[in-house]
Design a protein around this ligand. Structure first.
Ligand code: ZN
Length: 257
């Protein structure tokens, strides 16, 4: 009897450790992922996506991994093979050194595992004329805090939609955000839409939401009361870090042009 309960305790203990490790592992993001993704040029991404249109579903990531890692004269030999429908694993690397090959394979894996740039995987959050710039990290409240997102300016009432599918986690009023919607994306990130004039009455906390679904109308509520109408859009990663959504927005906007 005593031995049995000891065994049960041991099993529980092992289970707890496994669960903790699993959860912890999911929150761990390798250091090189976001610096790479956020510094890619939207122009280069768009060129690779256009060139890959008639190729396999992930050829854009092969082209992008190669072109973002090598100068153009060195990448040409490899990108020509991709355009002739040779997959990355079967490339003739020519005289390219081992380290460069390793970097290209690693970057390809990042682009596929964190598919922000996969064509049409995400969508742009504002429907209509819009103006925005990269203001991530600029001072707010006289330097008391930093701006943790991108402000997208348009007319009051302009429709705001969800950039991805997920589940509604936060809804309604908070001091800074005013009328805000927080969505836990299927990718695990938290997507934050703030200062809305009005949230769609169809939405409830816990609801599943699809990419492109209507969230509400643009406004200037919360701490945006004295500013022009805009959507504050933020992305918080699973590890609690807010990242700069600017490059993603530029690329997602290009799909609707
Ligand atoms: Zn803002």
């Amino acid at each position: 009897m005593k031995l049995n309960s000891l065994k049960q305790l041991l099993v529980l203990f092992i289970l707890a450790i496994c669960t903790w490790r699993l959860l912890h592992h999911q929150k761990h993001i390798p250091n090189d992922v976001y610096p790479y993704l956020l510094n890619l040029s939207p122009q280069l991404i768009s060129e690779c996506q256009t060139d890959a249109k008639s190729l396999s579903a992930d050829a854009w990531s092969d082209l992008l991994a190669i072109r973002s890692s090598l100068p153009e004269n060195e990448s040409l030999y490899l990108t020509q093979q991709i355009k002739n429908k040779t997959p990355l694993i079967k490339l003739d690397w020519g005289s390219l050194d081992d380290n460069s090959r390793k970097i290209i394979r690693k970057r390809k894996a990042i682009l596929v595992n964190y598919p922000y740039y996969m064509p049409l995987q995400y969508t742009f959050p504002v429907l209509g004329e819009v103006w925005y710039e990269d203001s991530f990290g600029s001072d707010r409240e006289g330097g008391k805090r930093k701006h943790e997102g991108t402000d997208l300016f348009s007319k009051e009432g302009t429709p705001i939609i969800s950039v991805c599918s997920g589940k509604i986690e936060q809804l309604g009023w908070n001091r800074l955000g005013g009328e805000r919607v927080g969505i836990r994306g299927d990718d695990g990130n938290y997507y934050y839409y703030a200062h809305l004039q009005k949230i769609s009455s169809e939405l409830k906390v816990g609801d599943q939401i699809k990419k492109g679904e209507y969230l509400g109308a643009m406004g200037h509520t919360g701490d945006a009361l004295t500013t022009p109408d805009h959507l504050h859009f933020g992305i918080e990663l699973v590890n609690g870090e807010w990242i700069n959504p600017y490059s993603f927005l530029v690329v997602w906007q290009s799909y609707s042009k």
